[in-house]
Design a protein around this ligand. Structure first.
Ligand code: MF3
Ligand code: CO
Length: 256
């Protein structure tokens, strides 16, 4: 069942979404050569605390990992696709890309967003990977209107990514979001005809999160049980917004 949110609930999700936006803005400012991914974590955790919010990821139990995620951020560098863990040892250098994914819970409502940021000078091909992935998210957001169906959202990502020669990660998907971080439905970045294709209705909120690889789509999880990397070692990009369907069209809750 897809839980629809009232306008008052969407206002609460908006507040959570704007906090996530502010954190990612601050992270974007901080990312530079010589900064560690733990430096980012420390600042993000303080921002969440100061706002009177709770981190959505830290303490979140993930059955596949067999434990609770220990940080407020996922910081996935280069071939890391998702769930990279902040570390003082991971010092960013020119040519890297870092996906920063975070979520918060404010007054019982969640927001979730991610951005992939280049460090210093990155190659033209990597720039294109970031641009195409971010564009695919924007195209999906544009499909978030009443009368459309879930597959319109998923298909928008798939079409743009594949037509530009990149590949879509199939092992991780987006999700509904509300009073839980993960609600129905699953939101794959491709049309999965094994799934239902519900109509989009006012008050539905989806966390749309294209995860796109430069090379092959396959991923594997490292021995730390969390970090998902591309099997072929190629770079991966990840962008995410929490987006509501409203009478006035798509409402991106995680940006101003
Ligand atoms: N944006 C990801 C998701 O919504 C991040 C989850 S990290 C976790 O699934 F640690 F909380 F699992
Ligand atoms: Co998410």
């Amino acid at each position: 069942m897809i839980i629809r949110k009232s306008p008052a609930e969407l206002e609460k999700m908006r507040r959570a979404g704007l906090l996530v936006h502010e954190i990612l803005q601050q992270m974007t400012k901080m990312v530079a050569e010589g900064v560690s991914t733990l430096d980012l974590e420390v600042v993000a955790e303080k921002m969440i605390k100061d706002a009177g919010a709770k981190p959505a990821f830290k303490g979140y139990y993930v059955p596949a990992a067999g434990g609770k995620y220990p940080f407020v951020l996922c910081t996935s560098v280069n071939e890391e696709v998702v769930h990279g863990m902040p570390s003082a040892k991971r010092v960013l250098k020119s040519g890297d890309i870092v996906s920063i994914d975070t979520g918060v819970c404010l007054e019982g409502y969640f927001g979730d967003s991610a951005v992939t940021i280049p460090v210093g000078e990155v190659s033209e091909q990597v720039k294109r990977l970031l641009r195409v992935t971010s564009e695919s998210l924007e195209l999906a957001i544009g499909q978030m209107k009443e009368g459309n169906r879930l597959f319109d959202v998923c298909g928008a990502v798939e079409r743009h990514v594949t037509s530009n020669g990149f590949t879509i990660v199939r092992d991780y998907v987006g999700h509904g979001i509300g009073t839980s971080l993960h609600e129905e439905p699953q939101v794959p970045n491709y049309v999965d005809r094994r799934n239902e294709n519900p109509r989009l209705k006012e008050g539905m909120v989806l966390a749309i999160e294209p995860m796109v690889n430069a090379g092959r789509p396959e991923t594997k999880v490292l021995s730390d049980r969390w970090t998902a990397v591309t099997k072929d070692g190629g770079f991966a990009a990840h962008f995410e917004h929490s987006v509501a369907v409203t009478a006035n069209g798509p409402w991106v809750l995680t940006r101003p």
